[in-house]
Design a protein around this ligand. Structure first.
Ligand SMILES: Cc1cc2nc3c(=O)[nH]c(=O)nc-3n(C[C@H](O)[C@H](O)[C@H](O)COP(=O)(O)OP(=O)(O)OC[C@H]3O[C@@H](n4cnc5c(N)ncnc54)[C@H](O)[C@@H]3O)c2cc1C
Length: 537
């Protein structure tokens, strides 16, 4: 190994990307006494776990609430980080009916709500509820103990004897069952339910091709959501503080532009270079493979890397999201009477049917001939029949919003290619305004009639904003698309290997390293990557 000079910026480990995965890796490594540098492109760390203030309203820019999944609280406890949180209850709405999810029995109410909307399909509804119930049992096992990755299994005999060992056989049995539920949720529902609208209402707020287990486990996850005081970004904030307290260095507003594999050096957009013994790449993997220089590596290493690079570059990021931020001159109480602070709302039981996919693909295929009117007419259907994820941070913590006012974040799954085409054609502003206006109209005509006359200010983030800010291919929000072959590990029993790369000294972590991604898996891979680095030493 080459001699390292501290003046030149030399580190035991450099972590690229200060999202929740990179923060986790850096926190563990700095706690272990390693000399760590975390490099983050933005002014603030957190990536898709981020909260910001605008006109006194606090909003979550990325994920709206957190699921423990047996991972987040054990990680915080293991690192000795206190975090004040509340439960973040969920409501589900269909047309005029609103269901507040309070406990497992709420599944009955969900069943009844669907049966009232689709009385001709009650048998099919019962069949799908039975599958959801089965998956809830699998989830109980999966998250049945605190994730052992965050426990000191060598010393904590009580945990090992009383919890881990009795749980392991159940876990392995359940993993086999889960792996059998990896088919796309649309295909599984098609086997059970004939009514297209009903299928859509159950599944249209998931990414296309989402594995059945992942999609239908959401009823369990609704019960698991919590919210940190001050917003989800607090989780990133406390991790960053921990890194600094342990002597780790965080360099923000620096984008890593080059990785020199043989020299074990990175270079950033300010032209500074830093050397590493090990590197954890906790950002978009397509970017890594585009920016790595392999000169000097052996032919075998280069061949392997080229194979991986090709499959990564062929892969596609997941669907993205369009988020509308509304600052409203109406008190929280009015909204509290309607729904909880985390609300999945579908204004029409008709369902999206072909709108989001076939019609959109058709529009994109014939883009040269399409006029704006056609695009806006597609937007009419897209906004009317869709399912909205609505977050009202002030309903979790009142100080998230100025007195007497309410902040809302309303989001829809959105296709990156559409926004890219519109931008290329030069009318992104008009398109965005049209989309924002339609969302406000649909919600004002359905669940929030007070909305249209009370908006003080509004703005939005599109898939293009996510690509630009986070450096996420196709504006992806959970890593790889489920609709294409996934070029990374996607079986939970192999998660330990998800952090390995073929590049000497380089590990990977985060939503691009394991599929399906999300906050808990990003944290888990962040920890696994740190463990590998420590073991390597
Ligand atoms: C609206 C929305 C809702 C969501 N809902 C959920 C949910 O309900 N449940 C769930 O589990 N997950 C959800 N997610 C997904 C979840 O937020 C992400 O999967 C997770 O936060 C990813 O963390 P990460 O650290 O892997 O990646 P990121 O958060 O993408 O972090 C990567 C970081 O690397 C930085 N970076 C990129 N390139 C470079 C570079 N070249 N140099 C330096 N820095 C770089 C970026 O700025 C970023 O900070 C949601 C996301 C969104 C946006």
């Amino acid at each position: 190994m080459k001699a390292r000079s501290p003046e030149a910026g030399s580190y035991d480990t450099i972590v690229v990307g200060g999202g929740i995965a990179g923060l986790t890796s850096a926190a563990y490594l700095s706690r272990a006494g390693r000399k760590v540098l975390l490099v983050e492109k933005n002014k603030e760390c957190g990536g898709l776990v981020n909260t910001f203030t605008h006109n006194g309203f606090r909003f979550d820019a990325g994920v709206r609430a957190l699921e423990d999944a047996g991972i987040i609280f054990p990680m915080l406890q293991d690192l000795g980080i206190p975090l004040e949180v509340v439960k973040s209850p969920v409501s589900i709405g269909l047309e005029k009916e609103i269901l507040h999810v309070t406990d497992r029995e709420s599944l009955h109410d969900y069943r009844d709500m669907l049966a009232r909307a689709y009385p001709e399909s009650t048998q099919e509804i019962d069949a799908v509820i039975a599958v959801i119930r089965k998956i809830m049992k699998y989830m109980d096992v999966l998250y049945g103990v605190e994730n052992p990755v965050f426990k000191d299994v060598k010393r904590d005999r009580e945990f090992v004897m009383k919890q881990l060992l009795p749980w392991l056989p159940k876990f392995l049995f359940t993993v086999r069952k889960i792996n059998r539920l990896s088919k796309p949720v649309e295909d599984s529902l098609q086997k059970i339910i004939q009514n297209r609208s009903l299928r859509d209402i159950i599944s249209q707020h998931f990414f296309r091709g989402t594995p059945t287990f992942f999609a239908l486990s959401y009823f369990s996850l609704y019960l698991d959501y919590f919210y940190p005081k001050g917003g989800v970004g607090q989780l990133a904030h406390v991790l960053a503080e921990k890194i600094r307290a342990e002597g780790g260095e965080i360099r923000t507003e620096r984008t890593v532009t080059d990785v020199f594999a043989e020299d074990r050096r990175i270079q950033d957009d300010h032209g500074s270079t830093s050397a590493y013994d090990t590197l954890i790449w906790a950002a978009d993997l397509k970017t890594l493979y585009q920016r790595i220089h392999t000169g000097g590596l052996s032919r075998r290493e280069q061949d392997r890397m080229t194979r991986v690079k090709n499959s990564m570059l062929k892969g596609r990021g997941s669907e993205s999201v369009f988020s509308l931020f509304l600052e409203v001159d109406a008190p929280l109480e009015i909204f509290r009477e309607i729904a909880h602070g985390h609300f999945f709302y579908t204004p029409s039981k008709r369902g999206l049917r072909e709108t989001h996919h076939e019609h959109l693909q058709q529009l994109l295929r014939t883009w040269e001939k399409a006029d704006r009117e056609q695009v806006f007419s597609w937007l009419d259907a897209f906004t009317e029949y869709n399912t909205y994820e609505i977050s009202i941070p002030g309903l979790r913590y009142p100080d998230m919003t100025p007195p007497g006012k309410t902040g809302l974040v309303v989001s829809l799954l959105a296709e990156y290619d559409l926004f890219a085409r519109v931008r290329q054609a030069g009318w992104l502003e008009e398109f965005t305004a049209g989309l924002e206006g339609r969302i406000v109209r649909v919600l004002s005509n359905s669940i929030f009639p007070m909305l249209k006359d009370a908006i003080i200010e509004q703005f939005s983030f599109s898939p293009l904003s996510i690509e630009n800010r986070i450096g996420s291919s196709e504006g992806a929000i959970v890593g790889w698309s489920f609709a294409e072959p996934v070029p990374v590990i996607n079986k939970i029993q192999h998660a330990g290997r998800a952090v390995l790369t073929h590049i000497p000294g380089v590990f990977q972590a985060g939503q691009w390293a394991y599929s399906p991604g999300g906050v808990p898996m990003s944290i888990l891979t962040g920890k696994l990557a740190a463990d590998r680095v420590l073991r390597k030493k």
